[in-house]
Design a protein around this ligand. Structure first.
Ligand code: DQA
Length: 144
């Protein structure tokens, strides 16, 4: 059984009630259920959320140590956290996939969301497709 880490940053624990016009009305449990349903045989989904930058960074260390590919929605950290970017770089430098995902399309929103400090070190970026951003990332990181 291989495990994919699906990491979610600040305020994503409020999905379902947070700005449903932007993020939809489904919550993280719905996302987990979708990914478990879509996962290939032998792939397990470890979906986590935190509002804490340090915790997110430590989960990236865990991905390196346990050799797990990562799907990460860094949420607002996307736009300014060099510490998170440096930790994410450890993942890709270790030869593991790290896909940056977003539910909304940050480029179609406020100017501050147009910058991602993570994208340059990510394996790829998928944005604006709702939960399908995660589903497509899962397909990629678990492709045979
Ligand atoms: C987000 C976009 C970010 O700009 C925002 O801060 C989020 C969610 C998204 O999934 O669309 O919290 O990452």
């Amino acid at each position: 059984m291989s495990t994919v880490l699906v990491l979610n940053g600040p305020n994503l624990g409020r999905l379902g009630s947070r700005e449903p016009d932007v993020y939809g009305s489904a919550n993280l449990d719905d996302l987990r259920a979708l990914l478990v349903t879509c996962a290939r045989d032998g792939v397990s989904i470890d979906l986590r959320q935190t509002d804490d930058e340090a915790e997110l960074i430590h989960w990236l260390y865990e991905a390196v140590d346990e050799r797990m590919p990562v799907i990460m929605n860094p949420a607002a950290f996307t736009h300014y956290s060099y510490a998170l970017r440096d930790a994410a770089a450890l993942v890709t430098k270790a030869g593991l996939a790290l896909i940056e995902v977003h539910i909304s399309n940050p480029h179609a929103r406020e100017t501050f969301r147009h910058t991602s400090v993570v994208s340059a070190i990510a394996t790829g970026v998928i944005a604006g497709l709702g939960f399908d951003s995660y589903r497509l990332a899962l397909d990629f990181v678990t492709a045979p």
